[in-house]
Write a protein that binds this ligand. Structure first.
Ligand SMILES: *[C@@H]1O[C@H](CO)[C@@H](O)[C@H](O)[C@H]1NC(C)=O
Ligand SMILES: *[C@@H]1O[C@H](CO)[C@@H](O)[C@H](O)[C@H]1NC(C)=O
Ligand SMILES: *[C@@H]1O[C@H](CO)[C@@H](O)[C@H](O)[C@H]1NC(C)=O
Length: 357
């Protein structure tokens, strides 16, 4: 299956004395062996990396690279109102749901303090289709469903995620609506649910549903709560992977929930990619459509100015709580969200960039 986000590997393994900061993204462990103090940037698919550059030699910043050839492949982008339907699979507390809902509601919120989630979405809006229509400004939190009984079990294959969606849109009572003009589904699995490839290569993925399973072709994404399974992988930098313990300390999450605060950035990643590449035939880099490198893949692990390789970039710290974040949402909420590839500047961009006002 296509479209997980392991396609740009930005890996760094550095001794604390050399780089001071250690970033790690969810890539297979074999990438890490043998590399001690160098960061490797490889762009390409399926493990067949097509290029590599030592970051020490030619200093790249915020992901900028002449190797990136992001192209438009003539398919649609989401130009109508985007209605996100969360499906809460497993055990979720109201506080956890509140964090994710606040983030989703912040995307199109008109007046939130700078740097805002809404300004982050403006980079996604730069992507247009062949008619010249841009990704929609309107992202709306739609109807939701809960699957508290783990109706498809506690261990899901990738394809089983589509069965969870099918259950939600065909439920006898209050099924989720199906609107081919802009509906999408966000399956969120609780921390006690195993999903194929979760923690190994992916923290989330997006694709589209098959008519044979769901009855329609609609974009969807899955994101898992990594809190008990692999927070150092999928909720970094709110947790650090075992090999980095002692090299750096975890940041404090802005909403007090390591797993869910970590999920927010992955949800954002998948939404940006669904909007710009909903049927995996619009905006991506790389020659192989089975392994597209999409607009958020290119900025994996970059949260601020200077980010790239081993460094997350400059983030903000909340005076009161000491939490690390990089953007504001509705009602005083704060989030740490990865940046997005800017199609004209050809580097990663976000609202907290220091060269923005
Ligand atoms: C990594 O660096 C340490 C010292 O900093 C050294 O002892 C070790 O052999 C190195 N490992 C590799 C795989 O280069
Ligand atoms: C899109 O959403 C806006 C509000 O964000 C609403 O005013 C408008 O009617 C919606 N358009 C459609 C076609 O649903
Ligand atoms: C829409 O996309 C075009 C083409 O990329 C871009 O020039 C324009 O700034 C975008 N509009 C908005 C509102 O982002």
């Amino acid at each position: 299956m296509c479209s997980c986000f392991l396609l740009l590997a930005l890996l760094a393994l550095a001794s604390a004395s050399q780089l001071g900061v250690l970033a790690w993204r969810p890539w297979p462990h074999h990438f890490l062996s043998g590399s001690n103090s160098t960061a490797t940037l490889s762009i390409g698919g399926g493990g067949g990396a097509s290029s590599a550059a030592g970051l020490g030699e030619s200093k790249k910043y915020e992901g900028s690279s002449e190797f990136v050839k992001l192209k438009y492949h003539m398919g649609p982008v989401l130009t109508g109102n985007i209605t996100v339907h969360p499906i809460w699979y497993g055990a979720w507390t109201p506080a956890q749901k509140h964090i994710v809902r606040s983030f989703l509601r912040s995307i199109s919120a008109p007046a939130t303090p700078h740097p805002s989630v809404a300004a982050w979405w403006r980079t996604v809006r730069l992507y247009a289709d062949q008619t010249g229509a841009n990704v929609s400004a309107a992202v709306i939190l739609g109807e939701e469903r809960s699957d508290r009984r783990y109706s498809r079990g506690r261990s899901l294959s990738r394809l089983a995620i589509q069965s969870v969606i099918r259950d939600a849109v065909t439920a006898p009572r209050r099924p989720l609506p199906v609107n081919p003009r802009g509906s999408l589904y966000l399956v969120l699995t609780s921390s006690d649910v195993a999903v194929q490839d979760f923690c190994m290569q992916v923290c989330g993925f997006h694709y589209f549903t098959f008519p044979a399973i769901v009855g329609y072709t609609l974009p969807y994404a899955w994101v898992g709560n990594s809190a008990t399974q692999c927070p150092g992988t999928c909720a970094y930098p709110f947790a650090v992977p075992p090999f980095a313990v002692g090299l750096r300390t975890a940041e404090r999450p802005p909403n007090g929930d390591v797993g869910v605060d970590g999920m927010v950035s992955v949800v954002a990643h998948e939404l940006a990619e669904m909007a710009s590449n909903p049927l995996v035939n619009a905006w991506y880099a790389g020659e192989d459509p089975c392994f597209p490198t999409e607009i958020a893949d290119l900025c994996e692990g970059i949260y601020g100015t200077g980010g790239g390789g081993a460094y997350t970039g400059q983030m903000l710290v909340d005076d009161h709580s000491g939490a690390t974040y990089n953007m504001n949402g509705i009602g005083g909420s704060k989030f740490l969200v990865q940046w997005i590839w800017h199609p004209y500047l050809s580097y990663c961009s976000g609202p907290n960039a220091l060269d923005h006002q």
